[in-house]
Design a protein around this ligand. Sequence first.
Ligand code: UDP
Ligand code: MG
Length: 324
Amino acid sequence: MNRLFCVIPCYNEQEVLPETSRRLKEKIEDLVGRKMISSDSRILLVNDGSKDDTWNIIKKLHEEDEVFQGINLSKNMGHQNALLAGLMTAKDLCDMAISLDADLQDDIDAIDAMVDKFNKEDCEVVYGVRSKRATDTFFKRFTAESYYKLIDAMGAKTVYNHADYRLLSRRALQALSEFGEVNLFLRGIVPMLGFKSDIVYYERAERFAGESKYPLKKMLSFAIEGITSLSTKPIKMITELGFFIFFVSIAVFIYSLVRYFTGHTIQGWTTTVLSVWAIGGLIMISLGVIGEYIGKIYLETKNRPRFIIESYIGDKEDEEIADC
Ligand code: UDP
Ligand code: MG
């Protein structure tokens, strides 16, 4: 039978962890009872440098029940890296791993269908996709929708309305570990792995308690990160824009010449100043976009570790395997 690891990144989640852990444990017991997963399946909670009581809660959970394992990162490394730390630890220990958020927004009952697709249909990747976004604010819905469209236009492949709720088989995890990028944008990388995949739809609930750890600023940088790590189209668009502006200026030049020779000199202060500002702005944006990529190259060449694990609490054998 197949061993399942549920991987959950947690950053200041003391309000939700007791409930999340209770429901997940129930789910694991239910699946074990129905012989869908092996009895040594585990719930791996990754503490991403929380400032509250999250790590103590995880340690206590582990002491009370061995179904809970914990990873303590040395500091806050960000959602994607925390998730990666969990997945990379799980990769040598499990047959499949399901990643989900701590706040119970990802419907735990969708796990059944995901496991079924792995067990019966040999899917190596199963995406959890929200069927509607009714619980999100209009703003979040609008920005998310525009973002998926934008990313699509950039030529990158992502699964529409899929965040980080997904099942990955051991084989998919091994493949994922080959992607050594410092800035790993998981929801863009996973579709690149290939393998047989499928989708499970679920209704996204509201955050159970606590508040979102993605304020607007973080959301924006995550969005830019996603695009620049998946596509170089923005740089090509700058070149295209440059050509376009160049041709427009030639047209304007010819027009002015014609006006000059026909005796109508253009008296245009406004047009001159406006075009200086417009082109100045475009140049700055263009430099900024190029800068994003250069910054990325800079970070990637350093090849720094994406996460640092301070401690890992699990079953004795698991700790030994994960150590190597
Ligand atoms: N998270 C994390 N590190 C961070 C920020 C968030 O591990 O620096 C975790 C958080 O605990 C949660 C998941 O990532 O389990 C998603 O965060 P959140 O629910 O706040 O995002 P939202 O659903 O609002 O987009
Ligand atoms: Mg959330």
